[in-house]
Ligand binder design. Structure first.
Ligand code: PPS
Length: 357
């Protein structure tokens, strides 16, 4: 009990100091920030999770902040402000590929597909290094095996960067938004299934705020009041940018990947200018089935569970991997209300027809 109290108060102190640092200065030395806070925090998270205390440390709500470019953003913790402000200045290479999504839309799936397309369908190599080390996450600092912002900056120049991000288009690096550099592969998923998957994710991940009841979470999601903000705005902006320049942005859906994976792999490879044989396309599709990725420790996020950041005793990251699980959660009324909202928000965009609600 005493150890638990010490650990809990140390963690609270560390988070408090981190939050104070972020709010009290605009420019932060990210490396020092990581060393002083995150490394310590990670060890404590592991300790707390072993004692079953991480649930109590969760925040009640996502954190709302104004980014340096004046955009209001909602994220899991104040730490995101530091990264989001730095991301704008990130040096972009012409060869960069961004796998951009609203959370829980099939990001991990697409990262593995794109990584393989860009690496000659080398499934053996993919099975040797955890995906989070091969394809960094731009919206975060380096945390254990999950490479983030700092690793992207110092990525070897002869190694193509396949960058994961959940950031809205407006918050991508200046080189992308203004400089038109790099390519973007965007995956959208039926928002009802996204909402269900995200609800479970909030239970599983220590750093996510408390999800509340299903009804509460659905209301917050519908209002854009969850970490990473509004699904509609996120999807519509990428859709708009795709229509302006389809040679730079590729848009697909989780549902299309499910319907015909080899066809999608071929079409993404074409978009990225990679000439793959039929055998290579089939090898990628086979390697990337739900079953295969769920049983692969390089893609199933088992390491995050071992580090105490995820809690697989509640639900696994590779949860169901299905279309239409929303039917097990939405009541008839909730479904009708969401369909109304969907029609109102997407009316006239051409996006409505991409989803069968
Ligand atoms: S995250 O945390 O935002 O990066 O999550 P993300 O990877 O976007 O989404 C996780 C959901 O995608 C499912 N998934 C897959 N479905 C089908 N095939 C494959 N290969 C695959 N890989 C991941 C995963 O199970 C999550 O969906 P749910 O509905 O929760 O099962």
């Amino acid at each position: 009990m005493i150890v638990a109290l010490i650990a809990a108060s140390s963690l609270a102190a560390v988070i408090g100091i981190a939050a104070w640092k972020i709010s009290s200065c605009r420019e932060i030395d990210i490396k020092r920030f990581v060393i002083n806070n995150i490394v310590v925090k990670l060890r404590l998270v592991k300790l707390l999770s072993m004692m079953g205390l991480t649930e109590r440390m969760k925040s009640d709500k996502p954190v709302k902040f104004v980014t340096r470019s004046g955009i209001v953003y909602l994220a899991e913790s104040p730490m995101f402000k530091v990264v989001v402000d730095h991301v704008w200045e990130l040096d972009i290479r012409d060869s960069d590929v961004f796998v951009a999504t609203y959370p829980k839309s099939g990001t991990t799936w697409m990262q593995e597909i794109v990584w393989l397309i860009c690496n000659n369908a080398d499934t053996d190599a993919a099975k040797q290094t955890v995906l989070t080390r091969r394809s960094p996450l731009m919206d975060l600092i380096d945390v254990g095996d999950t490479l983030g912002f700092q690793s992207i900056e110092k990525w070897p120049s002869d190694n193509q960067r396949i960058i994961k991000t959940h950031l809205p288009f407006e918050l991508l690096p200046r080189g992308v938004v203004v400089g038109n550099k790099g390519k973007i592969v965007y995956v959208a998923r039926n928002p009802k299934d996204v909402c269900v998957s995200y609800f479970h994710f909030h239970h599983m991940v220590f750093s996510c705020p408390k999800p509340g009841t299903w009804a509460e979470f659905l209301t917050n999601f519908s209002n854009g009041d969850v970490a990473r903000g509004d699904w509609f705005a996120h999807t519509m902006k990428y859709w708009e940018e795709f229509q302006k320049d389809p040679s730079r942005i590729y848009i697909t859906t989780y549902e299309s990947l499910k319907a015909d994976l080899p066809l999608e792999v071929k079409s993404i490879a074409d978009f990225l200018g990679r000439d793959l044989s039929e055998e290579q396309i089939n090898a990628i599709a086979e390697h990337c089935t739900f079953e295969s990725m769920r049983n692969n420790k390089c893609t199933n996020h088992q390491g995050m569970n071992e580090a105490g950041m995820f809690d697989f005793s509640k639900v696994k990251f590779m949860r169901k991997g299905q279309i239409g699980d929303w039917k097990n959660y939405f009541t008839i009324n909730q479904s009708a209300e969401f369909d109304d909202l969907f029609r109102k928000r997407l009316q006239g965009t051409g996006l409505e027809s991409r989803f069968k609600l």
